[in-house]
Ligand binder design. Structure first.
Ligand code: CA
Ligand code: CA
Ligand code: CA
Ligand code: CA
Length: 494
């Protein structure tokens, strides 16, 4: 790429132009454009670039005297979550072919990401924003700046809104590509959004607007709901991926949306990785909490309305959005009967471990049982539409241990079903007592002390193997609890 030498182009503008691969055709010539008047200068620059890049025909079109390019007061908001006070919005005036002119306006946002500016009527712009923004999922500002961009065409109405958001960012490269291929801007913008919509099967929506008309800050129509849904899902994906890689969340988010926009550019499709990431986010993200976090942020700034992400997010991808779905997580248990209606692994009183496919009694009974009574209790249990419950073996019970590798099933502790008492000499008590937490999966409550298994110790049949989930200690009942007649906690399995 050529270096830009034009003194009229600021470093920021230069960076934007280079980001987009929109280098002017000739470095020196823009200096010859009379810039004595901004609007006229913009039209002249448009004509210049159009002439050099696309020939005289396009230039004549750009010089059409019938087009009213006088300035009009407009506003908009930059959101990926709202941007914080003083975030920088850069508005670069473009030719009809989306080639940058030298006319650039920089504005700073308020704490809802809102900006205002006087822009040329009937003229296309690239808007971009740089700054920190509110992370709806974490409920706090981002820890690094996130850049977004978008294209729009200013109409003739004063007060109209032109927003910069995740959706404008995701489709920007594609819009530019389509315009470069000869599609009119408005058609390109509509086509790109429709293509994006058809790729997102975790969102059920027909927004009926341009991406730059979507806004989470000042409304809750279907367009705004769609935008908030995409912002939450992209952010949810970024959080999950950052957790898996150990990378920072905001850098991960930036990488995800930039890579997705680039993939989308030529194909009009999203990668399987991106779609799967958003699908997982639709199922796993606490959408209610994310919307509440945003509502709290708005309320602190005197705003009552927040878009309804659940009106368009379809967590179980059955075609019905969450707000209309009587079984949101698609686990076959209606919301009203579901111990956790947002989590398909938690059903009516049961939690199914995705790692083992074993389903567990969600909450253990308050009563403790001697071994024969524990076996009878589980055999007689009716829960979650099933009577197939049993007292777990020690092998099954050890699959519930989390956070103590020796005691987890397959760890160094050698106590398994069928063992003699000498298995107990292996490292089965290597973790600390936890006062407030428990060595159980986060998804289930009930940090009991000693819990029974059905595994009787082979050479001491009046005793059996037990686990204390407060210490992850796997032991023979003879040393810790007493024989099979002593009551202990129970959690049935199927
Ligand atoms: Ca659904
Ligand atoms: Ca459903
Ligand atoms: Ca359900
Ligand atoms: Ca559920």
């Amino acid at each position: 790429m050529r270096t830009l030498k034009n003194a009229n182009i600021s470093p920021l503008e230069k960076a934007l132009i280079e980001d987009f691969g929109l280098t002017p055709a000739d470095d020196a010539k823009p200096k010859k454009i009379p810039l004595w008047q901004r609007v006229v200068g913009g039209v002249a620059a448009a004509a210049f670039y159009a002439m050099t890049l696309f020939g005289a025909g396009a230039a004549l079109q750009a010089c059409d005297d019938n087009v009213n390019n006088t300035p009009v007061a407009v506003s908009g908001s930059a959101t990926d979550g709202p941007y914080v006070n003083g975030s920088e919005v850069t508005l670069v005036e473009l030719t009809n072919s989306l080639v940058p002119t030298t006319n650039t306006i920089i504005q700073w946002t308020d704490d809802l990401g809102r900006y205002s500016a006087e822009l040329s009527r009937n003229t296309k712009y690239m808007g971009s924003v740089d700054g920190f923004n509110f992370d709806e999922i974490a409920g706090r500002p981002s820890t690094a700046p996130v850049d977004l961009r978008g294209f729009f065409e200013i109409g003739s109405s004063p007060g109209a809104e032109y927003n910069i958001n995740d959706v404008t960012h995701l489709i920007a490269e594609r819009v530019k590509y389509l315009v470069d291929s000869g599609t009119a801007f408005d058609d390109a913008d509509t086509q790109a959004l429709n293509e994006l919509l058809s790729e997102l099967d975790m969102v059920v929506s027909t927004p009926g607007c341009h991406a730059y008309e979507m806004d989470i800050v000042s409304g809750a129509n279907d367009c705004d709901n769609f935008l908030l849904a995409v912002e939450i899902l992209v952010r949810g994906y970024a959080h999950a991926r950052a957790e898996a890689t150990g990378d920072p969340v905001d850098a991960t988010l930036q990488d995800l949306i930039n890579s997705a926009a680039l993939y989308f550019k030529n194909s009009g499709t999203m990668s399987d990785d991106f779609k799967n990431g958003l699908r997982a986010a639709a199922a796993d993200t606490d959408i209610v909490q994310a919307v509440q976090n945003l509502a709290d942020y708005f309320a602190a700034r005197g705003m009552a309305t927040v878009p309804d992400a659940d009106a368009v997010i379809d967590s179980d991808r059955d075609g019905t959005p969450n707000s209309l779905d009587d079984d949101i997580d698609g686990d076959g248990v209606l919301n009203v009967d579901d111990s956790d209606p947002r989590n398909p692994n938690v059903r009516a009183g049961a939690w199914c471990d995705p790692d083992t496919a074993l389903c567990w009694q969600y909450e253990p009974p308050a009563t403790t049982y001697a071994l024969p009574d524990a076996i009878a209790y589980c055999d007689g249990l009716e829960l979650d539409g099933s009577t197939e419950w049993r007292l777990p073996t020690i092998d099954e019970l050890r699959t519930l241990v989390r956070g103590c590798p020796d005691s987890e099933m397959g760890g160094a502790c050698e106590i398994i079903d069928g063992c003699n008492a000498d298995c107990d000499s292996s490292p089965c008590f290597s973790c600390e007592f936890m006062e407030t937490e428990c060595y159980l999966p986060e998804a289930i409550p009930g940090c009991t002390g000693w819990a029974r298994s059905s595994s009787v110790i082979a050479d001491r049949p009046d005793h059996s193997w037990v686990i204390n989930f407060e210490t992850a200690h796997v032991a023979g009942s003879y040393s810790q609890l007493g024989d099979n007649s002593v009551p202990a906690s129970v959690r049935c399995v199927r």
